[in-house]
Design a protein around this ligand. Sequence first.
Ligand code: 2AM
Length: 186
Amino acid sequence: MRLFVALSPPPEAVDELWSAVEAVGTDRPGLRWTRPEQWHLTLAFLGEVDDPARQDLVERLGRAARRHPPLTLALSGAGRFGDRVLWTRVSGDVEPVRRLAASVRAAARRARLPVDDRPYRPHLTLARAGGEVDLRSLVDALAGFAGRPWTAGELHLVRSHLGAGPGGSARHEPLVSWALDGRERG
Ligand code: 2AM
């Protein structure tokens, strides 16, 4: 099954981000918006994982979650990956998020899963474009968005069912969640 590991913003953070997105207007040809009920911060994308590797992964992720504390995060502004991906920025405990993502990726590698080794850039994807849309105006329009801080207290292993959501989008199904209840701050 196709898996990824993520943090989820709480409903209040989703609502205020959705208000900001609606205010700039979602009716734009060539853009596919992600659905607010599925908004998440990806820590690691794992792709197809078979059952034995998944069991190993679940144990290792549980151990990783126990070593990390809850994180205080906020969503604000926007950025883009080229003309393909529009995202909102993650601020607050960004270094701890990086450390958590590094632990998650290390757990996945030890479970013998291939993990993207490009530098991790914390973000929440808002929309994807085919390359024919200039995302710059949207980045500018969302620049003033400043969400309130929230606590990410759980790590989620999520299954992605490709094509099973509305309009052929993916449907995300949380499989296992762990409390971030470690004390490591350093
Ligand atoms: P994104 O937030 O950068 O878009 C589920 O597909 C999640 O895994 C997406 O939110 C996406 O992160 C992330 N992801 C990373 N690499 C991916 C890939 N090669 N294919 C699909 N999703 C990927």
